[in-house]
Ligand binder design. Structure first.
Ligand code: FAD
Length: 306
């Protein structure tokens, strides 16, 4: 089922069909804040009232023209301007293929650089999401270049399902990076990624502990998961090892486990929600279906309802 939905996420020719189909659209809207930046800012404001922070994602990936990539970078600059103007508490998260990584490395770098420069001017922060493994090296390279110039106004993501991640984390610890740790949302071959969920979860915990311990090196850890077992393990670990509050945070996706998001914030931990908005929700939504087949039953139920 997971493989099937990840396959569909690449079938952009089917996008129109799914986007027009009411039950799919309705379910997709549970994971997306709306189509406009105003919608997204409104959601951040509501979350902020519950002491939850945001990171805004303008949906879009794998752009094929320079114009689209420049437009995407402009939108991110607008995101940062609007966060500042509205006085809401939020970062931004972007994908390099949206900034033109499939077109040209240096062109992509210049686009992201523009965004991170603006974030720095507001003392804000931009996270570079991690895409499939064909992009990992180039994503890290762009991150390191930006990190050298802008320090921790830029952060990166590491996926626990990849065998290489332990090595990547050691390197990131050396520079005192801000790292979001997630399990990984793409389909990767067993030669490079743990095929079994059990092993991914085990590796997640190991990498999370490495990152949390490295707070002494200036590392900031974003624990991005909805997995309660891992979250409870993190609660115990930070308490037992006296990890300072400001050196870690929890992150979840908009529309998933809202109850747990509120609970974590109420416990006094920093809680941040990844808030996607825009019209290009098809591949993002397909990855969410891949993570949880039960979501598909929701669509089927709605079809039969009428
Ligand atoms: C803030 C954030 C940023 C992310 N950034 C990236 C990134 O840059 N690159 C990348 O590859 N991946 C990213 N991911 C996705 C991540 O890799 C996983 O695919 C996703 O978080 C599901 O894994 P899990 O850790 O929640 O654990 P799982 O074991 O998959 O899920 C644990 C529980 O969470 C709930 N849950 C999980 N997913 C869903 C869903 N789709 N719908 C409903 N309930 C669900 C269920 O209750 C499930 O039992 C990000 C995730 C988060 C939270």
């Amino acid at each position: 089922m997971r493989t099937f939905f990840i396959y569909l996420s690449h079938r952009r020719d089917l996008e129109g069909l799914f986007m027009k189909f009411a039950p799919t659209r309705n379910l997709a809207m549970r994971f997306v804040a709306g189509e406009t930046l105003d919608d997204a800012i409104r959601v951040v404001r509501e979350l902020n009232q519950r002491n939850i922070f945001g990171t805004l994602d303008h949906l879009g990936e794998n752009v094929t023209s320079r114009e689209e990539a420049i437009k995407a970078a402009d939108e991110y600059i607008k995101i940062l301007d609007e966060i500042q103007r509205n006085g809401v508490k939020s970062h931004a998260s972007l994908k390099l293929t949206q900034m033109g990584l499939d077109i040209d490395f240096d062109f992509c770098y210049q686009n992201v650089r523009r965004v991170v420069e603006r974030a720095k001017s507001y003392n804000n922060f931009v996270r570079i999401d991690m895409e499939d493994s064909t992009y990992t090296d180039r994503t890290l390279e762009i991150f390191y270049r930006l990190h050298e110039e802008f320090g921790n106004h830029v952060g990166i993501v590491i996926q626990a399902y990849l065998y290489r991640s332990e090595r990547d984390i050691r390197n990131l610890i050396d520079v005192g990076a801000n790292v979001r740790l997630c399990k990984g949302a793409y389909k990767e071959p067993p030669e490079i990624a743990f095929p079994r969920k059990k092993d991914v979860d085990k590796n997640y915990i190991r990498l999370m502990e490495m990152l949390l311990d490295a707070h002494t090196n200036g590392v900031h850890t974003a624990i991005a998961t909805h997995d309660e077992k891992i979250i409870n393990h993190a609660f115990d670990y930070v308490k037992k090892h006296h990890i300072p509050h400001e050196s870690y945070e929890f992150q979840m996706l908009y529309g998933i486990r809202r109850d747990l998001q509120v609970e974590i914030a109420e416990k006094g931990h920093t809680m941040r929600v990844y808030i996607p908005y825009g019209t290009e929700w098809y591949p993002y939504f397909m990855r969410r279906l891949a993570e949880r087949p039960a979501n598909v039953f929701f669509i089927v139920k709605n079809i039969f309802r009428g």
